[in-house]
Design a protein around this ligand. Structure first.
Ligand code: ADP
Ligand code: MG
Length: 253
């Protein structure tokens, strides 16, 4: 099967079943939102897909091949990227240099770092920054960037490895509503352009329903619904768990 799929994925922490028999797939070029109240098991699911956390049970397949037991680095080399957290950006370097760093590690050229770093894949890095509307900031130190620009640099760093799959855990956390929309609109257009399969978590319902092709809903470790945004909005189980109560999911916005 072509695509990223998880089946019967499970993880418990002590007595707590954080993720219970979760199955879904993401196809090339598809934007899939994974939503659910805080503590639903979304991040744990992400961590099992990208190799940070070994599942207790279940399987993660990429184009039919198991990713289980591979390190996050090996999974990344197979084309599954994850947006870097802000801490992963080197504040002392410029926007351009940060992207060049990722291109270097992708090309296994860390040894060339010192002498040739300045020239290394500069045009390629600048082209990517241009796509993300960051070219004007290429030579700015990352410490000086506005928050919304940092989030776009994180996306640039993830895309620099030319992944086929992108995992974004709360990519718009801490952003203003307009900025959230802009970041997801950009992510969506890049995903369609590059045939990139994207799995993302998001608290803002406007963003989820505006940009996702498909929505997966988790609650208390289980997948309780999956469907198009329209189907999910009409789903009674989702409404009961979620929209019926004061939205826990909006807590971070
Ligand atoms: P979400 O991302 O949907 O908010 P998480 O996957 O982070 O949820 O967490 C799911 C549940 O697992 C929560 O109850 C959380 O407290 C618990 N949990 C997550 N990571 C750990 C851990 N490393 N050790 C113990 N409990 C954890
Ligand atoms: Mg989380």
């Amino acid at each position: 099967m072509i695509g990223l799929s998880v089946s019967q994925l499970s993880k418990s922490f002590g007595g707590l079943q954080a993720v219970q028999a979760v199955s879904f797939e993401v196809k090339a070029g598809e934007l899939v939102a994974l939503i659910g109240p805080n503590g639903a098991g979304k991040s744990t699911t992400f961590n099992m897909i990208n190799g940070q956390l070994p599942p207790d049970d279940g399987e993660v397949l990429l184009d039919g091949e198991s990713l289980l037991g591979l390190t996050p680095q090996k999974i990344w080399r197979r084309g599954v990227a994850r947006t870097f957290q802000t801490a992963a950006i080197f504040g002392s370097m410029s926007v351009l240099e940060n992207v060049q760093m990722v291109l270097m590690s992708r090309g296994r050229r860390f040894s060339a770092l010192l002498q040739r770093a300045y020239r290394y894949r500069r045009e390629e890095a600048l082209a990517l920054l241009d796509q993300l509307d960051l070219k004007a900031l290429a030579h700015h130190g990352c410490q000086t960037l506005a928050y919304a620009d940092i989030k776009r640099v994180e996306l640039a760093l993830a895309l620099a490895s030319e992944p086929s799959w992108l995992l974004m855990d709360e990519p718009t956390a801490g952003m203003a509503p307009g900025e959230r929309q802009a970041l997801m609109a950009l992510t969506r257009s890049l995903a369609k352009q590059r045939e990139l399969g994207v799995l993302f978590t998001e608290h803002s319902m406007d963003v989820v329903f505006g940009y996702a092709d498909r929505v997966l809903v988790m609650a208390q470790g289980r997948l309780i619904a999956a469907g198009t945004p329209t189907e999910i909005q009409a789903n009674e189980a989702v409404q009961a768990v979620y929209f019926g109560q004061q939205p826990v999911i909006g807590a971070a916005s």
